[in-house]
Every structure is written in structure tokens, then in C-alpha cells.
Design a protein around this ligand. Structure first.
Ligand SMILES: [Zn+2]
Length: 216
């Protein structure tokens, strides 16, 4: 989707009409955003290349200033990396550090700034475990209640203070499944984004009755 939206914007600057667009589209794929791609396999090729051919580039530089052109290429490059990543390269990829941005977004910069999305509560739990790489017993979570509340308050403006306390209380209650459920959800987010193998380096895990920690 992101690729196609970007391609449409690029085309919008290159041509004045659909008729003109039809004239510049490449019937034979050359690995350019303007490849026509009648055969859907060629779409994958186009996205894996994520490039603009010299002819089309010539049109584009007349319409966009250099910073805008750079931006287009940066976006294409980030999509290209994501695309390669989403495809068969997964099993060969080495784990790379996950970072928390200033907006409290979880991203893996080396994978094209791949973002791992989760709900504020899941993220609260995850951020706590990031702070304690040695791990935390589920039954000890209650000792981290204040810290969890602080983390949650810093990342979410949703809900009232009372609701927040209740959610954190649920997480800290060892008799309640809330935390295990959240950990399962977190695992799911990583597996969806990274595939099962690579995800193992990132989600919270641990044998029953042992400390849970990030990675294995
Ligand atoms: Zn082209």
C-alpha cells in the first residue's frame, strides 16, 4: 500500500494526464516505479528494486526540488528494505537491536525502521522487561507496580488514572491471567513482524515458574 501511494504521488508529478501516464509506463519491466506490471509477479520485482529508471528520473527532477527527490528515494529505500525483509530473507537475518524512540515507538532501525506495534499496556510490560534484562518472576511483578504505573502514564493518555491503576493492578496480580495474556499478545506482534525464528530474540519468555525475560 505504502509503495503504491508513493508511486502514485511520483507519477502525479511526472505526468499531466492518465493518457500521458499510459505513454510513459514501461510495458517491459525495468525495475522502475513506472513498470506497468501486467504480470503480478513483476510487482514483487518492482517493489524489491524500489527504484526510478534514468528516463523517469529526468522527468521527476524537473518537478521536484533536490530535497523532495531525496525524500522520495529515502522512502523507496525504506520500503525496499521492508520488502526484502518480509520476503525470503527472514531466515538469514541476524537479530538487531530494538530501540525505543522519543515517542515511545518500538523500532528496529536495521530492518528499515520496522515498527513493532502493541497496545499501551502491552508496551508498558515490554518496556519494564527491557529495563531488567536479567528477568522478572511473574509473581514479583507486584514489586514493580509503581514503575509500571510511571511507564504507563508516560506512554498513554488514554483512560482515567483509576482505570490505569486497575489495569496495572491486574497485571501485578499473580492469580490473574492478565500478564500471561499480554505476553502471548506481545509474542504474536513480534512473530507477525519478524517471523517465528527471529521473533524469539525479542519477546518475553521463560519456563513456567522461572523468571521471564526478553530473548532466550
Ligand atoms: Zn521508468
Amino acid at each position: 500500500m505504502a509503495y503504491h501511494i508513493l508511486a502514485l504521488m511520483v507519477q502525479h508529478y511526472m505526468v499531466k494526464s492518465e493518457h500521458e501516464l499510459a505513454q510513459i509506463l514501461h510495458r517491459e519491466p525495468v525495475g522502475c516505479v513506472n513498470d506497468f506490471c501486467q504480470n503480478k509477479r513483476e510487482v514483487i520485482l518492482k517493489m524489491r528494486t524500489a527504484d526510478i529508471c534514468p528516463n523517469c528520473m529526468e522527468r521527476l527532477v524537473k518537478k521536484l526540488n533536490p530535497p523532495e527527490t531525496n525524500h522520495v528515494f529515502e522512502l523507496l529505500e525504506s520500503l525496499r528494505i521492508k520488502m526484502l525483509f518480509a520476503q525470503n530473507m527472514r531466515q538469514h537475518i541476524e537479530p538487531s537491536p530494538l530501540v525505543v524512540t522519543s515517542e515511545n515507538t518500538l523500532v528496529i532501525p536495521a530492518y528499515g525502521n520496522l515498527e513493532i506495534r502493541m497496545t499501551p499496556l502491552e508496551k508498558t510490560l515490554y518496556l519494564l522487561y527491557m529495563r531488567y534484562p536479567e528477568g522478572i518472576h511473574l509473581t514479583s511483578l507486584v514489586e514493580y507496580k509503581t514503575e509500571l504505573q510511571d511507564v504507563y502514564a508516560s506512554i498513554s493518555s488514554l483512560g482515567s488514572l483509576e482505570e490505569m491503576r486497575q489495569s496495572i493492578d491486574d497485571m501485578c496480580n499473580a492469580l490473574n491471567n492478565s500478564t500471561s495474556e499480554k505476553m502471548a499478545k506481545i509474542k504474536g506482534h513480534f512473530e507477525k513482524a519478524l517471523g517465528k525464528e527471529l521473533a524469539k530474540h525479542y519477546y518475553i519468555q521463560g519456563k513456567r515458574g522461572e523468571r521471564k525475560r526478553i530473548g532466550f
